[in-house]
Design a protein around this ligand. Sequence first.
Ligand code: ATP
Length: 277
Amino acid sequence: RSKAEARVDGSTGVKFSDVAGIEEAVEELQELVRYLKNPELFDKMGIKPPHGVLLEGPPGCGKTLVAKAIAGEAGVPFYQMAGSEFVEVLVGVGSARIRDLFKRAKVNKPSVIFIDEIDALATRRQGIFSESTDHLYNAATQERETTLNQLLIELDGFDTGKGVIFLGATNRMDLLDPALLRPGRFDRKIRIRPPNAKGRLDILRVHARKVKMSPSVDLSVYAQNLPGWTGAKLAQLLQEAALVAVRKGHDAILQSDVDDAVDRLTVGPKRVGVELG
Ligand code: ATP
């Protein structure tokens, strides 16, 4: 399968109940689900849906997850690509991929297009490298501009009321080309913040449903004591705890297994080294 083909999920199967700790964002995004479920109603009521919605925030806090949940809740196809997949030195490849992506999403509307790491293809254009004499570098920069222009064309030509929602995600808002942030393009920005203690507990509970956890385990201690841990890290924690439990022959995850998993994820390599040695 070529890189040019956008990954298509008939349905992502992800629901808002799989997402925790970012309730404000989810609340705002509910509107997109309502729109995708019934674009004609919005049209009839004269409500213009947003052209593009930018999800912004640090890695691992649920940008991709929440984008999938929008499509999953609405029961519509999800077209996902990463910004880096459009960055090619070959002239015209990136813009062809953009065209292809939008075309396929429109054919199967209502639908969601999601471009992760959008900063990779939409970095500020004017810049310190414009004087560069490096031939290849310039070619790559030019190609990226062509790709970005194609994206802008698609967004501008995006008829409102046509049932396709375009979502982008970035953790480097500062790098984005301002052209992308103009009205009619990404006209909605939603922050996906790292979870606080309550958020961390809710995230742990969501992921605890997916593993076999002894009812005696108190997850709140981890939520309290692991500041800075993202949703991705907390999900990994419970996966790791399940592995520890299996290795120890437990038939459900015990508190001590989660404690071990915390140690492993905190000082990982050292511990593994000791065990291997
Ligand atoms: P990146 O910028 O690295 O793509 P992201 O913000 O898109 O990060 P995700 O890929 O959505 O992060 O998160 C990775 C995984 O971590 C998710 O599939 C999920 O298992 C878990 N996770 C992250 N955030 C949350 C959350 N808010 N609620 C529940 N699970 C989460």
